[in-house]
Design a protein around this ligand. Structure first.
Ligand code: SDX
Length: 393
């Protein structure tokens, strides 16, 4: 009687942009960066090499990689005022909030690299971000622990430097565990890009208004912080901890998930695109087995995770909905074994995802054909109606 029109449109699925960076076949569980299968890159490459591939489109030669590595190493330090800005945050600030604020602030400290058309400035902002994000992340952690900050040591690689800035102290030499560094390097590769996920599309959308790289990536960090996206790796550990501390058995917990009690979900399971086992999760699980054995870690939460997966892979509820472990299901157990607190897990995801965000932002700036479209909507509100003055309502 009010003239409302209800549209039965179902799910309108429109491609949001073209890109030549990452290919995913969700049904087959395929993931390729610039055509190279993730399994081969994870086993044979390094994070900086994959960052180069994503951003410039080709695997680097030895000389290209040395030059790229050298450039990144020379930019790992923050301007002192930016470093001091971080000390203004409260100790209990979530490190993802510190990360997004600091990346946004890069645009105020490094105003000589804000252009979206000048190739040298785009290159400089690229290198500055790749080099400084791990430093900012380590400082956010140190700040939350109330510990002193170290300066980067450019004789170390990017990941080793990050581990030393995070777990090192001025009073003593910190020896990076090569096993831990290699495992973290591989995890960063696995997170490096994933086509139009929520945070990458956010970076593109903000960049499509010709916002600079720092502003666009800062927006992407906010998107990643959501528990249904990058925040899931922390939410998995919280879920495993609640099961461990609670009275419910794993079986009872899974019944609650299937009954959707209190909106509880099996965190780390399911994916918008993968309706098969996330290829990254399979690699993470293998790395986790190897690392926990080498570190001599025997985590009871791992047993709970393995039980959850075993039940889910046989249960019709999950099989019918094509719910499999995604990249977040096991990564948190590795981060925990490395000594990172849960609040840092999504920050680690951001460090890994950065080259993908940069590559997609640059692709869009260089090739307008890959620009993300202005999202369209299906209007489902009131049809036209006449204004009613206040005294008549
Ligand atoms: C990442 O896009 C990317 O690429 C993201 C990412 C990346 O690299 O950038 O891969 C990283 O974000 C991985 C996803 C991390 N998030 C989580 O693990 C949170 C838990 N997962 C869910 O919230 C969910 O699976 C999504 C959001 C990830 C995907 O949801 P879908 O596939 O679009 O499915 P849906 O929300 O439409 O649900 C379909 C059905 C529903 O049941 P019914 O209403 O049909 O009865 O499946 C159920 C959902 O209730 N369901 C789950 C579930 N996920 C979906 N039930 C229990 N547990 C879950 N995790």
């Amino acid at each position: 009687e009010t003239g409302n029109v209800t549209l039965d449109v179902g799910y309108v699925n429109t491609a949001s942009c073209q890109s030549a960076i990452t290919y995913i076949d969700g049904g087959a569980g395929i993931l390729r960066y610039r055509g190279y299968p993730i399994e081969q890159l994870a086993k044979g490459s390094t994070f900086l090499e994959v960052s180069y591939l994503l951003i410039y489109g080709e695997l680097p030669t030895t000389q290209q990689l040395e030059e790229f590595t050298g450039k990144v190493q020379r930019h790992t330090m923050l301007q002192e005022d930016l470093k001091n800005l971080l000390s203004a945050f409260p100790r209990d600030a979530h490190p993802m909030s510190v990360l997004s604020a600091a990346v946004s602030a890069l645009g105020t400290f490094y105003q000589d690299s804000l252009s979206i058309t000048d190739k040298d400035q785009i290159e400089l902002s690229t290198i500055r971000l790749l080099a400084k994000l791990p430093t900012i992340a380590a400082y956010a952690y140190k700040k939350s622990e109330g510990q002193p900050l170290l300066y980067p040591d450019n004789s170390l690689g990017l990941v080793e430097n990050f581990l030393r800035l995070t777990f090192g102290f001025p009073a003593e030499k910190y020896d990076v565990d090569p096993v831990m560094a290699k495992a973290l390097d591989q995890l960063f590769i696995l997170h490096a890009d994933h086509e139009q996920n929520c945070s990458a599309s956010t970076v593109r959308l903000v960049g499509s208004a010709h916002a600079n790289l720092f502003a666009s990536v800062s927006a992407g960090i906010h998107a990643l912080s959501g528990p249904l996206h990058g925040g899931a790796n922390s939410a998995v550990l919280d879920m495993l901890g609640e099961i461990q501390r609670g009275d419910d058995s794993v079986e009872t917990f899974m019944k609650k998930v299937k009954n959707k009690e209190d909106g509880v979900k099996l965190m780390g399971f399911g994916h918008r695109v993968y309706k098969n086992y996330d290829p990254r999760a399979a690699i993470v699980k293998q790395t986790m087995d190897e690392l926990l054995k080498k570190l001599g870690v025997n985590d009871p939460l791992l047993d709970i995770a393995l039980q959850l997966e075993e039940i889910a892979l046989k249960d019709d509820y999950f099989v019918e909905r094509k719910l499999y472990p995604n990249v977040d299901f096991y990564t948190g157990l590795i981060y925990k074994a490395m000594g990172f607190p849960t609040r840092m897990f999504t920050v680690l995801f951001a460090i890994g995802r950065l080259p993908g965000w940069v590559a997609q932002w640059r692709e869009m700036m260089e090739d307008p054909a890959t620009k993300i479209g202005r999202p369209r909507q299906i209007y489902i509100g009131e049809t036209e109606r006449q204004f009613v003055p206040l005294d008549k309502r």
